[in-house]
Ligand binder design. Structure first.
Ligand code: GTP
Ligand code: MG
Length: 277
């Protein structure tokens, strides 16, 4: 029976959700800008389809805003999420709360796994929005994979490992966080993407893991095809270069000059012999 699995990109605003959506999908979706609340509405894209008809969807969402104030306010209510979702926030006047409400509603109703992005260039302790946003996600209860974004250009593995450990340690107190993985939107590699799909599979409830395994096979086949196409293009180009011949006009004694050069390099036969034509 084919299944549909929904992954949701969630983060504080301006951390890089839409940029990562573009990287994972391989096409320019949505709007990317260095400003808060650029993405206004949740937006769904099909990331993969398996031969059996399973579908992996990727949801881009608006960013959380003013999370510390929001969670402080929510703690005053006995039923924080119910109260929050029942409020009518003005989309223009209360943009941070309006955007946060969109995310909470989407995650509650749609997500199978939340991909929560953090800016790895920041120290975990100084990224003050992470704790309230984890509390918010904890109230909803969907599983979370944390992705370290903005790691910068590829570095020594030990440096990435240190960042991972620091963030994993910081996030340990939220049991909804299943894994912390590196995935910079600009510098990621296929190995990291494969590790992410593996983690998604492990995070899903058992009956849905078979569908994710089929989707991972489809992803591997797609990447193999991309690799083979790239190798074909490279081989064809090298073949053309290797087979290229240029006829030389001997009017200026070019052949003689080449023979002299060849002889100086020890390529021609000794004088009297028939050198290369
Ligand atoms: N260096 C670096 N910059 C990034 C990375 N990902 C995103 N950015 C930059 O961060 C800024 C915000 O990116 P967006 O993708 O619009 O962020 P968002 O989380 O979708 O933002 P909202 O929709 O406004 O919540 C842009 O200037 C991106 O170029 C990354 O991996 N590395
Ligand atoms: Mg966005």
């Amino acid at each position: 029976m084919p299944e549909s699995i929904a992954l949701s990109l969630v983060s504080h605003t301006n951390v890089g959700k839409t940029t990562l959506a573009r990287t994972l999908l391989g096409r320019d979706v949505g709007e990317v800008r260095d400003a808060p609340h650029v993405t206004e509405f949740t937006d769904v894209h099909v990331l993969l389809r398996s031969d059996a008809g399973d579908e992996l969807t990727l949801w881009d969402t608006p960013g959380f805003g003013d999370s510390q104030r929001l969670v402080r306010r929510l703690r005053q209510d006995g039923n924080p999420l119910g109260w929050f979702l029942a409020q009518v926030w003005d989309r223009w006047k209360d943009r941070p709360f309006w955007a946060s409400q969109q995310v909470v509603r989407h995650v509650r109703d749609t997500s199978d796994v939340v991909l929560y992005l953090v800016n790895a260039a920041e120290e975990p302790a100084s990224a003050g929005y992470v704790a309230p946003e984890m509390d918010l996600l904890g109230w909803i209860g969907k599983p979370v994979l944390v992705l370290l974004n903005q790691l910068g250009p590829p570095r020594a593995a030990a440096s990435d490992e240190q960042d991972l450990q620091r963030w994993a340690e910081h996030l340990r107190r939220w049991p909804l966080v299943h894994r912390v993985l590196p995935l910079d939107a600009f510098a990621r590699c296929w190995v990291q993407e494969a590790a992410l799909w593996h983690a998604v599979q492990d995070t899903l409830p058992l009956p849905r893991q078979a569908a994710m395994a089929r989707l991972r096979l489809a992803w591997t086949a797609q990447r193999q095809q991309v690799f083979e196409d790239a190798m074909q293009a490279l081989a064809a180009s090298l073949g053309r270069l290797g087979a290229a011949r240029v006829a030389l006009d001997d009017a200026g004694g070019v052949r003689g000059t080449l023979r002299q050069i060849g002889s100086a390099l020890g390529l021609a036969k000794q004088a009297g012999g028939a050198g290369p034509g």
